[in-house]
Write a protein that binds this ligand. Structure first.
Ligand code: GDP
Length: 418
């Protein structure tokens, strides 16, 4: 399993792309089209929102699990774009019967609830939250339902009526909901062809002795239970969700690799204890290209947070770490890592469960010398500059987890295996 250990955007897409080489099946298990993975191949760049990044390997099968909320139009657009760009996704993509569908009115509801909220969450407005609400409210529409037109129509009728009762009965809203509904039904006819039993496919693949890679979206601190609630996403992003969201038992998962950037970023609102001062923030954002893959929003940047890393290791049961974007720090004379939080009650090293407390902590930093050398062309641990190795060892100590690989650039080849 590959899991984001900060606030998302850790570079999971690239790590999944690298590890997909050794797996037969790649499976997404939570989130929706609000996630965006960027993968650079030698000659082109792909941004994938729903289809697992394993698709960029010619012979891998990629599945979307029941834990994902699927935007049918976006999914088909992504599929067609891959096809047009020569990736040949035919017979290699499947969608769980149990995945819930994002309907056009979910997107409108998403925007309305963000506009009305006193605390802005910074949602991407893609209807993800309202779709999960309908799932838990037991009134959602699932991929498997699309094979039964009567059931589908009833669920959509009821959904539209509910949406109107919240949004109002305005003529333009009614027209657009009806037009969007027709478009949705056209897309759903095509979507049915992708429906599959994801849990069964995983079990069969494992029984054949092949490997499966489970691909997480967003990051640990955005988990609806364990993250910085309410500034979180509406699904569980931590490792426990992978079994539920794909339809396998937890004992079938034998390794959990946590992806961390060599620094920290956060998009959307909510506390970021290690946030940089404005000048440094802008510099790292430019060096690291820290703008959202889905929305283009600038990400807030900060130093590596060892307290969050330690928490992520615990809550996800990490068996290894993948550190990305080491190269972004190449030019800095000094680098800092956060080793604890100063609170009213002294220094703590465990991530506070209370968001108010998190908002008030002051990070405690340790300064380390920078390496001031390019790392992008380095391919072995021994060839890394000494200061970079010391920095990485400190990350391992803070996260209490061994590093398995370090990424030194966006390309597939820019990886150092430990
Ligand atoms: P994800 O959602 O976790 O996959 O992260 P994103 O795709 O939103 O962000 C990662 C960005 O960093 C993408 O543009 C990647 O191409 C890029 N990237 C990934 N690894 C590295 C790296 O080691 N160095 C640099 N400079 N860029 C990287």
């Amino acid at each position: 399993m590959i899991i984001g250990c900060q606030w998302g955007d850790e570079g999971k897409g690239k790590i999944v792309d690298v590890l997909a080489e050794d797996a037969q099946l790649v499976v997404r298990y939570q989130g929706g089209a609000n996630a965006g993975h960027t993968v650079q191949l030698p000659d082109q760049e792909f941004i994938l929102h729903q289809i697992p990044s394993g698709i960029l390997h010619p012979d891998k099968r990629c599945l979307i699990g029941n834990g994902v909320v699927l935007d049918a139009a976006e999914f088909l657009r992504e599929y067609d774009a891959l096809d047009q760009r020569g990736v040949n996704p035919k017979k290699r993509v499947g969608v769980s019967y149990g995945a819930h569908l994002v309907l056009p009115y979910h997107k409108i509801l998403d925007q309305v609830s963000e506009d009305q909220a006193t605390k802005k969450i910074g949602t991407t407005g893609r209807g993800i939250g309202p779709t999960y609400e309908d799932k838990v409210g037991r009134r959602g529409l699932r991929v498997g339902d699309l094979r039964h037109p009567d059931r589908t129509n009833t669920l959509i009728e009821e959904g539209i009526a509910r949406a109107k009762s919240i949004i109002g009965e305005g003529e333009s809203i009614t027209d657009s909901l009806m037009e969007d509904r027709e478009a949705f039904l056209r897309d759903s006819d095509r979507l049915v062809e992708f429906a599959t039993d994801v849990g069964l496919e995983i079990a069969n693949t494992l029984a054949d002795g092949d490997s499966v890679l489970l691909e997480g979206a967003q990051g640990t601190a955005l988990d609806v239970d364990h993250g910085t609630y309410p500034f979180v996403t509406s699904s569980n992003t931590t490792a426990g969700a992978a079994a539920i969201g794909s339809g396998i038992g937890p004992t079938m998962i034998d390794s959990v690799t946590g992806v961390v950037k060599a620094y920290t970023t956060r998009v959307g609102n909510g506390p970021l204890p290690t946030a940089f001062e404005p000048e440094m923030d802008e510099m790292i954002r430019e060096l690291g290209g820290e703008f959202g893959a889905t929305t283009g929003r600038p990400r807030r940047c900060g130093w590596f947070d060892g307290v969050l890393a330690k928490f992520s290791a615990r809550v996800n049961g990490l068996t290894g770490l993948a550190v990305t974007k080491l190269d972004v720090l190449d030019t800095l004379p000094e680098v800092y890592v956060c080793t604890g939080y100063e609170t009213q009650h002294g220094i703590i090293e465990d991530f506070p469960a209370d968001l108010v407390e998190l908002g008030e902590v002051k990070p405690v930093y340790e300064m380390l010398p920078g390496w001031m050398e390019p790392t992008k062309e380095i391919r072995s641990q021994e060839d890394l500059p000494r200061a970079a190795r010391v920095f990485l060892e400190r990350l391992e100590e803070l996260a209490e987890t061994s590093i398995e690989m370090v990424s030194v650039g966006p390309k597939r080849s820019q990886i150092i295996r430990f």
